[in-house]
Design a protein around this ligand. Structure first.
Ligand SMILES: [Zn+2]
Ligand SMILES: [Zn+2]
Length: 160
């Protein structure tokens, strides 16, 4: 059963709906995410970009520098500037920020990543795997999510 989730920025100008469950949910403890959020980690729901339906407002892309010299495109409310989702590399998969959901408790991270820079006072749960850096999605993602990702890649290849 797929759950429809909605969320938005702080001022209410940007509202979005996720039209299906995410592919996978990351809790990222890397230093980039710590700096971007001003907090200990970020919760990212990975989902096909066309399954993020913007109901109100026009999230504005901002290219934000990362420690490795690359940039990450973060989409923000043009009014209150809260970040609602971002793109890493491909624009076909959006990383929706879990804290902007109307019900943040409705999502539990499937994996904890970059725990090498995890703040030392955070205790990770036993319920999700954790990795020092990134991980092998092929071995961790459910088959249905891998199929969905393949569909995204195939449509990218055909230029659709
Ligand atoms: Zn706003
Ligand atoms: Zn990160």
């Amino acid at each position: 059963m797929s759950v429809v989730r909605e969320g938005g920025c702080a001022c209410g100008a940007v509202r979005y709906r996720l039209t299906s469950d995410p592919l996978f949910t990351h809790c990222c403890h890397c230093l980039n995410c710590q700096r971007q959020t001003g907090s200990a980690f970020v919760i990212n729901l990975l989902i096909e970009a066309d399954r993020v339906e913007v109901l109100a407002g026009a999230p504005e892309p901002v290219d934000v520098p990362r420690d490795d010299g690359s940039t990450q495109r973060i989409f923000r409310c043009p009014t209150c500037r809260v970040a609602v989702y971002s793109h890493y590399g491909s624009s076909r998969v959006s990383f929706v920020r879990g804290g902007t959901l109307d019900e943040p408790a409705g999502v539990v991270p499937d994996v904890h990543i970059y725990t090498r820079s995890k703040l030392p006072w955070i205790a990770l749960p036993d319920s999700a795997p954790a990795f020092d850096e990134y991980y092998d999605s092929k071995s961790l993602w459910p088959a249905a999510s891998l199929e969905r990702l393949q569909t995204v890649r195939d449509s990218a290849r055909s230029g659709a």
